[in-house]
Design a protein. Structure first.
Lengths: 138, 88
């Protein structure tokens, strides 16, 4: 009786993860955040569902197939997320920057940071250094 | 009794998740949004197959869950690889 209750709670939690992934894919503003929030609950929800089902049907053949599904999700979900994020990053880089207030998702990488630091060191004191020099007056 | 309530609640949750993913599938401004929505939809299909196996206490339909999860990966990976550069 208690294993039935635990299995039911696990199945409901797995379904809740799928609902969270659906809400996130609908409501998030950017493609990259949608990918981020849609692949993480997917794997966790599948794991919880398999745990609940394995508690209900205990035969070894079934448990083998459930472990196979979980291993497949672990292997394929990061690969597909990586591939789709690469395409989304390419789209964000090639979009004109005026549409999003001058900043894009490709503006904060290490290459841009190195460029900014070399620019500031070339012109002497950069704008952030002169801003910090005013702080000790307080 | 417990299983009927579980199937009802989980069914409603899966249905709402599938509805939201379908709305993103229709709306999504780029094609990669639609690929992500399809991935979420196929994961919900796997969840529904597992729910059915739990409700009827039979494991013969779990092979479909293996195939559908493989197809979900295949769909989103091939869309991401084969979308042309000029068409978002």
């Amino acid at each position: 009786m208690t294993t039935d209750l635990v299995a039911s709670v696990l199945i409901i939690l797995g379904a809740l993860m799928s609902l969270l992934a659906g809400i996130a894919v609908l409501r998030f503003p950017d493609t990259m955040s949608r990918i981020h929030a849609a692949t993480k609950p997917q794997v966790l929800g599948i794991m919880l569902l398999m745990l609940g089902l394995g508690l209900r049907l205990g035969s070894p053949g079934v448990i083998g197939m459930l472990v196979l599904i979980v291993i497949l999700q672990f292997v394929t979900a990061p690969v597909s997320a990586h591939l789709t994020v690469r395409v989304a990053f390419r789209n964000a880089k090639s979009e004109p920057a005026e549409e999003r207030g001058g900043k894009s998702a490709a503006d904060d990488g290490p290459a841009q940071l190195a460029q900014r630091l070399s620019d500031e060191s070339r012109t002497g004191a950069g704008p952030s250094l002169s801003g910090d020099a005013k702080q000790p007056d307080r | 009794m417990t299983m009927t309530v579980t199937v009802l609640i989980a069914g409603i949750l899966f249905g709402l998740g599938a509805l939201f993913a379908s709305i993103r599938l229709v709306l999504g401004p780029t094609q990669i949004d639609r690929a992500v929505a399809l991935d979420v939809l196929l994961a919900i299909v796997v969840g529904v197959i597992v729910l059915m196996a739990a409700a009827t206490d039979s494991a013969v339909t779990l092979v479909i869950a293996v195939v559908v999860s493989l197809l979900g990966f295949l769909g989103s990976a091939s869309l991401a690889k084969l979308l042309p550069r000029d068409r978002q």
